[in-house]
Every structure is written in C-alpha cells, then in structure tokens.
Design a protein around this ligand. Structure first.
Ligand code: NOJ
Ligand code: CA
Length: 687
C-alpha cells in the first residue's frame, strides 16, 4: 500500500455550542470561498455560499423525505458544532498526477429534532479552495433504525439563469450528446433526448451530473457527488427561482434508498473556478473519497490495449459464433497479440469469446465457456509468451441476478488463467427491473469491484454507474464508459466534433473515461458506408492525452495502423502520469492538455478543437529550465477537415526548451499531438 507522504495537520479543533438562529461560517483555506449555515425560525437547516464576496449559492435548504416517518426537514436545534483543518499530500496508485494535495476546512454540526422523536444527524461541510463537499451522517439512535428514503431534497439555489452543459436525468444511461442551454431551458423533450424507446428520463427538467454551468458573471461551477456507495444516484431537477434540487433514482419497489443507521450519504459537491480550465485541474472528487484500502497494489498497472472490438462494431466480424464471421477466433486474436507485442501495447481485449452471444435477448452468457474456435489455453499461452496481458470480457446484457450468481466463479476462472483485467458490460435493461443508477445497482457495481480485488482483477466498466472517485479507495476500479463513446461513430448517430471538447469539462470531472480513441480509418468506407468518425486523424491522436484513462484503447484494426507514421505517437504515449497541466480551453470549443510521463522527463501534449478551425499559441514554460527537448509534432494539414479531408496530417520535429512558444493551427474538428523528449546532453540522443 502506498504511504501518505505528507503530514496530517490538524488545526484549531474546537467545539462550540450555539443557540438557534445563530450562524456558523466556514472559509476555504485561501479564504476565498465562504459558507454560512444556519437554522431558520422553523428550525430548517439552510446554507449559502460566497466566492470572493460574490454570492454563488443563495439560501438553500435540505430535507430528506422518509417512508412511514416524518421527513427530516424542520424543527432542528444544533446541539454541538466543531471546526477543523486538514492538509495532506497523497499518492494515488495511478492517475493524472503523482501527488495530490488534499487541503480543506471542515464544519461539523450536530442537529437534533425538537420533538419527542429527537432524531439527530450531522451535517458535515468541507471547504476546499476549489469547491465544497457536504454530506449527512446519521448515527445509531433509538428512533431511527431502518430507514426508507423516498427522496433527498438538497437544494443548490443559483442566483440567475446560468448557462448549462447538460445531459438528461436518464436513470439508466449517460450515453448522450451534451446540450447547451440556459438552466430554465433544460428540457429533455426539446433537446430530442426521449425519442428512443429505451430512454428513461423520469423528470424531463432534470439532469445527470456532473452538471457544468457558466454563471452570468463568468464563474464556472460543476455539480456532482463523491463517494457514491450504498445509496442511489443523485440527479438534479430545475425548480423555480433557479433552484437545483436533488432527486434520487427510484427503486423498483418504490423505496428509493433502504438503509439502517449508522449511515452516511454521498458528498454533494460544487466545484468553483474562474476559468473553465481550473475546473479540470480540481481533485475535489478524489479527495472526498477514503484512502486506498487494498493492502497490496503492486498488481495494479495502467496500460494501453487493443482488441477484437472495433471490427465487430463496424460490422466486419461478429461477437456471435453462429454468423459465420466470428471475430474472437484463435487466429484473429493472435493477430492482435502480435500487433500489441510489437507496438508497446500491453493489453488485448477479446469480446465475443464466450458462448451466449447467439441469443442476446436470452441474456444468458457463459463466462467460463469459450466458443469452439477460441482456444483459451492456447491464447493465454501465446499472450504470455509475447508479454501481453489479456483483458477478459463479462457482458451481462443487464442480467444482474444471473451475473451475481456466477461472477465469483467467472473471476476465479480468469484468475486461474492469469487474466487480471476484465471489461464488464450492462448493455440493456437490468434484471431484476431496477435502474442502472439505483441503490441496487450502485451496490452491485461496488460488489464487483471488491470481488475483483480479491482475485487481483482490474475493472473497466461499461454502462456503469457514474464515476465519483471510488478509485481512490479501490484502485483496481480503473476506468469506465458512462458517456457516448467511440462506438456511436460505428453504428449510432455519430459524435459531433464538439463532443470531445465538452467531455473534459463535464463527464471527465467525475473520473477516468474509457472513450476508446485512435480510429485511423476514419471513413471506414469498406464497411458501413454511411458511418464515419467526425474528427481528423490528428484529433484522434490528441484524445490519448485529452481524455484521461489508465486503460486506454488503441481502438482501430491493426491493418489500419500498419505503415502509418502517425501511429508512432500512439505507440509512445503512456497511460500513467507524474503531472498534468491544462494549458487552455473553453467548454465545447477547444482544450489543450500536457502531461508528464510518470517517472520520466518526457511530456505529451494533446490539443483539440470543435467544428471551428483555430490557432492556439503554446508556451513551453512547463519544461525544465536550461534543458533541451525534441518535440515531434503531429498536426492537421492546411487542407484537413473532419469531413472533407480527415486523414491529412503533417509530422515535423523541432527542438524546444522552456522559452519556446509555438503556434498550432487546428483544422475544423482537428487537433495536434506532440511528444516531447528530453535530449540527453552527453550524446545528444533523446531519452
Ligand atoms: C456496449 C459497450 O460499450 C461496448 O464497448 C461493447 O462492445 C458492447 N456493449 C458489447 O458488449
Ligand atoms: Ca456503451
């Protein structure tokens, strides 16, 4: 287990008793964020929030609606409160940064009801320089044992009709393109979101988080939750007077969340920044999770992977053995292994290796029986010989009742074969009829991660519950989908160029994303003629840096990379980082990220734009002073265009140092990717 490397600093711990109508206040460590909490004349808990003297959240109340018991809402008195300060630096097992600062001031208020029930709970606020997290903690108590929560009504009272980047509050999926509208214009019907039969948006005026806003005064806010465990997901509904109010995803039996005391809710979070790029820098979600609990993490390793995957999505082959064009056969899998081992790709995913795909709708997949043309033992031997990790696949098609009954056997099967990575999938409605984002499923996803850890298996979850930072506690929870990924370019409505310029400021604020980048045959004319990827090739390269994932797919077919000089960038780009800097960006417009490879002096830069061509100036002042580096620049050609000429690009090399500035021209839907290697002074060679 990694050690926390900096001292824990506790300051000004004190306890105070305050009478009703008094206010409690809390400042962030730099003093710029200020919270006020009070109980109003009805004993209703309320808070408001200022950033640099500007009101960000106006008076916002909280309430929890219970079944068979009065709501937790009013008539409360504070019986105790305490402040403390906390400051540490911790090291994640993998990530965008080798060290993460976790500094906050905390206010904990013990509230008790003025009725015979005397129900009590704590509200805990943590103020960071980059935002706030707060949650409710219910201790064991006489009049609250088993609790059925019908809804939680936590308010975030905004001050005006801000601009929002949003996806609807679908209880089963985050696979949507983002809409941009004023808060009061959030409407899933107007946005065209509810046309598909499998869409399940309970409230048409509600959103899934992270929800990112730009305020009328130019501040950037993002609303989300952290440490979502044993609870259902929070969506946010738009109410009158610019109030966002939590709405929990319901359960089949109508009991939204069932708990027994003691319990804590997930953290409700608001990240606050003056620039969009500062939202992307924030580590607040990770910081609000518990430290790693896995004793040994030596087996947890980020990697790049290719696989028998895209060829099925574009219709070249099939998951299903019975079609006569089965992709996951021994010979084809070996082809991917050969390509991986030659090209610094450490993993190979195989989908469709197991029986059951011929009757998708039966939702019964064997997770231990390969199809007859897939010689598992031989493939395991071959992969090992070539130093490549296999990535197993558990598609459940949503049959969670069945999966729960076989998942341990399935992990044991992979464990015996030495397979340490598993991609899971929940590509349809859940059996039993619970929502993907319900408490039942939150618990299921968590159970799979913990069970996987027991067998030293790392997880890449598709159709997952949203990322809320639990990878800090369980670092084998590597990555997940939970967004419209590359697959929609193969058979769906296609992701517009702006999509990947919105993701870093929205979905990715929750955590790593398995977007599956790297398509070189952008127009794949030989297969589905009407489908194509809406980006240039240089943009595909840049996604390896822009969209962070510790398991990063090299998604295209080996033959589409073979002989293409641009592939060198993918071959080289790492998946684990010392540090990350966001150089520029605006939501839905463009973003440039540069990352330093873990334990190395090499840097990798990715820059992408939306439908608009643009020039960006890059300053290389992040490089170590007085050192020379060789930059290899992969960028759009003058004529590149996401539709007209997506595969045109140029490559050039240039020496750079910390005083270099460079102008990059990104084509419509384009991008630029740069590898930057330190030049070894002794022999003038790059490291
Ligand atoms: C949907 C997943 O997102 C995709 O990656 C996978 O190939 C299919 N389901 C089949 O499991
Ligand atoms: Ca999917």
């Amino acid at each position: 287990m990694r050690k926390i490397i900096a001292s824990l600093l506790f300051l000004s711990l004190f306890t105070a008793c305050k009478s009703e109508k008094e206010k409690w206040s809390l400042n962030s460590p730099n003093g710029q964020l200020n919270l006020s909490f009070y109980l109003n004349e009805k004993g209703i808990p309320a808070y408001f929030l200022h950033y640099k003297n500007q009101m960000v959240l106006d008076t916002s109340t909280i309430a929890i609606v219970l079944k068979n018991a009065p709501s937790i809402q009013e008539n409360f008195t504070a019986i105790e409160s305490s402040h403390r300060s906390f400051n540490e630096v911790w090291e994640p097992v993998w990530g965008e940064n080798k060290r993460i600062k976790n500094q906050y001031n905390e206010l904990r208020i013990h509230l008790q009801e003025n009725t015979d029930l005397k129900r009590a709970f704590f509200i805990v606020f943590k103020l960071y320089d980059d935002g706030i997290g707060f949650r409710y903690e219910f201790p064991v108590q006489k009049n609250m044992d088993s609790v059925i929560i019908l809804d939680e009504q936590t308010q975030f009272h905004l001050t005006a009709d801000h601009l929002a980047w949003w996806i609807p509050a679908d209880y089963d999926s985050y696979e949507y393109h983002y809409s941009k509208s004023k808060l009061t214009e959030i409407n899933a019907v107007d946005a065209g979101y509810v046309q598909r039969h499998d869409r399940n948006c309970g409230n048409l005026h509600a959103v899934n988080t992270p929800l990112t806003l730009k305020t009328l005064t130019g501040l950037y806010l993002s609303f989300h939750e952290a440490n979502l465990r044993n609870y259902s997901e929070m969506t946010l509904a738009v109410k009158d007077d610019f109030v966002l109010q939590s709405e929990l995803v319901p359960a089949l039996n109508g009991n939204t969340v069932e708990l027994t005391t003691p319990f804590v809710t997930p953290w409700r979070t608001v990240q606050i920044a003056e620039n969009a790029i500062d939202l992307v820098k924030s580590n607040l979600i990770l910081n609000l999770n518990e430290p790693n609990v896995l004793e040994n993490t030596d087996w947890i390793k980020p990697l790049k992977y290719n696989g028998v995957w895209w060829e099925m999505h574009i219709g070249k082959s099939s998951w299903d053995f019975g079609t006569g064009k089965h992709g996951a056969n021994t010979e084809n899998t070996k082809r991917y292994i050969d390509f991986a081992s030659k090209n610094n790709i450490q993993g190979v995913l195989v989908e469709g290796w197991n029986t059951g795909w011929e009757n998708w709708d039966d939702k019964i997949f064997s997770l231990t029986e390969p199809y007859p043309d897939f010689d598992m033992e031989e493939i395991v031997r071959y992969a090992k010989k070539h130093g490549v990790n296999l990535i197993g696949h558990h598609e459940t098609f949503g049959n969670v009742a069945y999966y729960d009954s076989i998942v341990e056997t399935a992990f044991q099967y992979y464990n015996k074969l030495g397979i340490q990575y598993v991609k899971t999938g929940y590509a349809s409605g859940i059996i039993p009829k619970e929502h993907h984002h319900s408490q039942y499923m939150v618990n299921h996803y968590q159970k799979v991660v913990e069970l996987a850890a027991k067998y030293q298996i790392m997880i890449d979850a598709h159709e997952p519950i949203k990322a809320t930072g639990l990878c800090r506690t369980y670092p084998n929870m590597m990555t997940r989908e939970g967004a419209k990924g590359m697959e929609y370019n193969a058979w769906g409505d296609g992701n517009p160029p702006s999509h990947s310029t919105i993701l870093p400021f929205t979905r990715c604020l929750g955590g790593s994303l398995d977007y599956t980048p790297g398509i070189f045959d952008i127009q794949f004319k030989s297969e589905r003629k009407d489908q194509y990827v809406r980006s240039t090739l240089a943009n595909q390269l840049a996604l390896y840096v822009v969209l962070y994932s510790p398991l990063q797919m090299v998604a295209d077919l080996p033959e589409n990379y073979e002989g293409n000089p641009a592939f060198e960038f993918i071959r080289e780009v790492p998946t684990d980082w010392d540090s990350t800097l966001i150089l520029n960006g605006e939501i839905g417009e463009f973003i440039t990220i540069v990352r330093k490879e873990k334990n190395s002096e090499n840097w990798f830069l990715g820059s992408i734009t939306n439908e608009n061509k643009r020039n960006l100036t890059i300053t290389f002042d992040f490089l170590t002073k007085d050192k020379e580096y060789l930059a290899k620049i992969y960028q759009d050609d003058e004529k590149s265009h996401w539709f007209r000429a997506p595969t045109l690009y140029t490559i050039k090399e240039q020496k750079v140092n910390s005083s270099t500035t460079m102008n990059l021209t990104l084509a419509e839907g384009g991008g630029a990717a740069i590898s930057i290697h330190l030049i070894n002074e002794q022999n003038n060679k790059i490291n």
